[in-house]
Structures are given as C-alpha cells and as structure tokens.
Design a protein around this ligand. Sequence first.
Ligand code: GLU
Length: 505
Amino acid sequence: MAESNVRVRFAPSPTGPLHIGGVRTALYNYLFARQHGGKLIFRIEDTDSNRFVPGAEEYILDSFKWLGITFDEGVSFGGEHGPYRQSERREIYKKYVNQLLEAGKAYIAFDTPEELEAKRNEIQNFQYDAHTRQQMRNSLTMQKEEVDKLIEDGLQYVVRFKIEPGEEIHVNDMIRGDVCIKSDILDDKVLYKSADELPTYHLANIVDDHLMEISHVIRGEEWLPSAPLHVLLYRAFGWEDSMPRFAHLPLLLKPEGKGKLSKRDGDRLGFPVFPMEWHDPKTGEVSSGYRESGYFPEAVVNFLALLGWNPGTEQELFTLEELVKAFDITKCSKSGAKFDYQKGIWFNHEYILRKSDEEIAQLFAPIVANNGIEATMDQIRQVVHMMKDRVSFVKELWDLCSFFFIAPTTYDGKTVKKRWKEYSAQQMTELADVLEGIDDFSVEGQEPVVMKWVEDKGYKLGDIMNAFRLTLVGIGKGPGMFDISAFLGKEETLRRMHKAIEVLG
Ligand code: GLU
C-alpha cells in the first residue's frame, strides 16, 4: 500500500464521555496517519439509538480540540465520503443488506425475543448458528411467499449473517500477528433490524470502512473478538482485496492488580478517566476530567502514548511531532498496559518545568487574583520561577507560594520549637540592622554582606538562616532565603522580621 493511501478512522459511539482508553486509540490513529502522510477520519457510530447520549459527540470533539488531535475528514470536518454520522447513512446500508440477502449470504429471521428466550432455556449454550438455524423462524425454514407476506403485514424482523461452519478465519493483526479462529464458534450475527431500519454496529462498520477506503483499523482489544466476523463480512461482499489491516491495541489495566481500567478505579484512587469533565445529562453526576484537574494536554498525550507502546529507548518525553516520528504500531505490546496514573502526574510536573515561567505565570495569575491579591505579572513570574519545580499542577502553587504575598501571622509550632533558640530574637534584631544598611537588596547585594556578618560574629549559619526563614515564611520550608527577601524587598522583609521578633520573643 502506497504511504499516501493510508486512511484510518476513529469511530466512537456517542454513548457517553470518551474514556481515556478511547483517547489513546484516537491518538495512535492520529500518529499512524500523520507519520504516513495519510488521513484521519472522524466517524460517529450511532446506529444503536437506545444508547445515544446527547452531548457526547460534542464532548468528544471538544476533547480532541483540547488535546491537539486533529482530523482530516468526518463529522464536523467534512470530506468526500460523507455523511460521516451513521444514522444519516440508512439508505446506504439497506442497499448492502439487500446485496447479502440476494447472494444468500444473509437471511431474514422473525424469532421474537420470547421465542429466542425459550430456545435458550431449552438448549444449553444456545447459539443461533448452522446447527440451530433450521429450528428457527427464518427465511431458510419458511416458504418465500410466507416470508414476503409477513414482511408485508409489518412483522418485525432482523437480517442475520449466514456463517458457514468448518472454516478457518485468519485476522492478520499488525500487533498480534496471525490470529486464527474457527467459524464454528461464531453465531449468525444480526446485521440489520427492521424495527428501526438501521444496521447493527458490525454491518455499518464494515460498509463504512469499505466506502471510506479505510486502509488500517486501529482500535481497542475489546474489538478483537469481532474481527473474524468482520473478515467474513469483507469476504461476503467480495471486498477481500481492499480489506484493511488490523491492529488491536492492548487493554488499559487497573493501576494495581488485574482487570480493565474502570471509572470506579478513578473514583477510588482519585484520578480522572475522562479527558474533560463530564456532566451526565440524565443523572446530573459530574465526572472529573484531565483538563479540569489541571493537566496539560501535552502531558496527557505524552502519558497516553506510552501506555502500550514504547520507543525502545530511555526517552520518555515526547512532543506530538516527536511521537509522530517515533511511533511504531508494530511495537505495541500485546499484553495490557497498567494505567500508572502517578506517571501521568509525573509527566505533568515535567511539562511544568519545560514551560516558560511566563506561561505558568499566566495560568497562576487568576489564582492569585482569586485569593484577593493584587500582584504584578512580574512578581507572579518571579514566584513561579522560584517555585515551579516543586509542583505537578499549577493549582498546587498557591499553598506553597501564598507567603510571598501574605505575611505570616502565626508561626509553625514545631519549627519554632526546633529553630527559634533563646538567642534568635537577638540575632534577628542584629540581622535586621545589617539588612537595613544594604542598598542593593538583590540576592547578589544581600548575600555577601550577610555572610560576612555571620562570619565576623562567629554565628552558626544554620541558626541564622533557619530563624530568618521562620520570620519571613512562618514555616520551615521555601526557596533560598535571599530569593525570598529580595522578592519581598527591604521594607517588607524588615516588617516581617520585627513582627516575628515581637511575637516569638
Ligand atoms: N463504534 C466502535 C467504538 O465505539 C468502533 C469500533 C471500531 O473501531 O471498529 O469503539
């Protein structure tokens, strides 16, 4: 296949918010399309009207906009293979259902849910297939006239795929290699329902992949069991020659233990499983999202890219462009990828470090303002510069940085006990005098003067710095002391020192 003919698709069903695993699927499709100079198509698979959730489609599109994953064709993007919403393609599917019926590769079945239930009770592990279809009410067991009459009378029916037993079906998977199953284990899947005049997922999926000239189907492992049926459908239509290559991605597993990652794991351990916050239109329930939790889209993309694939080197930090170059679908793992959400937090921290102080300051400024502080952008930038290496999220900055803007009124008891000696008040009074005499209050201006004073006096540097910190910060933590005093300026520094001396004595 020529590289430029690569056409892949992301085809969600709008049944709710997009799960983080779906985001990874879309990302891998995106990387694959971009690295081959191909096209990425956004298709909405909404033939199951019972599961339709309003707002889901918009949510999915907004999520990708936020993440920077772009599409070339599809719902909301346009293109020559539309419409891209399956509910708008009814007539197209009907034509293909008829094609299978006429070729004898599918048949009409009238069995009611009750009749099917009765059969299930009668036969253990009942499956509608070559062994049982002769006992059922379908166009294989009834006269053509009778079938036509029932349809004319408006009786509801389904169209089932007639799967021939005794065949070996090979799915050539780019990740898993040759996956072979016997057709006997498959049932005669429903392809179409007269009740809503819509095809089921399987038929619509295959017809659309064909008509949209999809070259590679990259999707979650949960669709692997459907793949043999899909191969058979391609054959039944006579489309083997243009059958896409498959790649079934590894499952995302719980952070600990076995099993598939679920929303409940996220609730239990406190991490989002959705890209953005989701407000359930029915229940009103709100589920947290990566965006609202303060993750950078780049961090989420980087984190997800490495869940199920790795470059085979030590490199962990990748821009989207770097991922496009490095990604290799054939190097994806076959076994599930543990969803290590702590690693996601680590990625966000790394991205904070890599972003400019200016960019982080822009995000931090509204938080500062919300806390009733009037600060200049320059001050905020300075604080960010001193503190950003200590946090994983911008929202964590305030707790660590509020002392820059708000003088302490209380002093941490433990620190006082440990750091405020009987001579500290005296030493701090002297230090305040020394600082008073410094004109250049920058770090470079203060440091040598204070150091010399400590040395001349024969004081212990630790005693001085610990007490100094307590007076300015109120606790025993923070960045370098002269960074703090330089930021505060002489006046505020001295004010805080005198206050502490007064309170702590
Ligand atoms: N509509 C399916 C989904 O929701 C698409 C599966 C596929 O990619 O074939 O994931």
